[in-house]
Write a new protein. Structure first.
Length: 259
């Protein structure tokens, strides 16, 4: 049997990029997958490609009523939710210091990344209890450990996701619901287009020569970690942080002028 046979997996921001990779990975291991996103054409196409064990649900993660309706639809079509991947996120479109940042733009980043994660956790608790337990995987970032000037909203939200994860783990553990966070480094997705090279829209490899693993991640590398954390293989882990960053957080591996 595959690790997720018969389980219902709900992925936010699932229409493209890392989220789509997560949807494909869980589906390949037997899950019934809910692709939740505001990107309807991409999500509908992905659901059609995956087939009968997948469906798209239109969801703005910042809207409480939309969450309630989405969970009800998922339960009606597939059954109680066993896994939630809070993947939906945005980043400021430019590097702007706090002094000059539009407050509404900053608030939107925090609303999607942090408030959306809070609503996701809140909304699936009842469903996971009906499933007999479950796993919540919150996608944070290396930006949840260290700050970047010009991306104050993104970093604040991703640090917040770490703390929210731990609080939720303490509250939900006795219900058989584990809550963990995954922290990717730079990954080859549309979100990192600002760091893209002219070649195929990929992140510029020269920016990552100093990493212990001197390249950016591919989405499926993050997916494999997410699936491990969500699976019974990680059944004694909760409130923990799982890092997928090629060594970014440990420091520079190659000195200036080195190989």
């Amino acid at each position: 049997m595959s690790r997720f046979d018969g389980r219902v997996v709900f992925v936010t921001g699932g229409s493209r990029g890392m989220g789509a990779s997560h949807c494909r990975g869980f589906h390949a291991e037997g899950a019934r997958v809910v692709i939740a996103d505001i990107l309807e054409p991409e999500g509908t196409a992905l659901a059609a490609d995956l087939g009968e064990r997948a469906r798209f649900i239109l969801l703005d993660v910042t809207e409480r009523d939309a969450w309630v309706a989405a969970v009800e639809t998922a339960e009606r079509d597939f059954g109680p939710i066993s896994v939630l991947v809070n993947n939906a996120a945005i980043i400021e479109p430019d590097l702007t210091l706090i002094e000059h940042r539009d407050p509404e733009q900053w608030r939107r980043v925090v609303d999607v990344n942090l408030f959306g994660t809070f609503l996701g956790i809140k909304s699936v608790i009842g469903s996971m209890r009906r499933a007999g337990g479950g796993a919540i995987v919150n996608i944070s970032s290396v930006g949840g450990f260290m700050a970047t000037a010009g991306h104050s909203g993104y970093c604040a939200s991703k640090w917040g996701v770490r703390a929210l994860t731990k609080a939720a783990a303490l509250e939900l553990g006795r219900d058989g619901i584990r809550v963990n966070s995954v922290h990717p480094g730079t990954t080859n997705t549309a979100m990192h287009a600002s760091a893209a090279s002219p070649v195929a829209g990929r992140p510029n490899p020269d920016l990552y020569r100093g990493l212990a693993v001197p390249r950016v991640a591919e989405p499926d590398e993050v997916t494999r970690m997410v699936m491990f954390v969500a699976s019974d293989d990680a059944g004694y882990s909760t409130g923990s942080e799982f890092i997928v960053d090629g060594g970014y957080l440990i420091g520079t591996a190659v000195p200036p002028g080195g190989r």
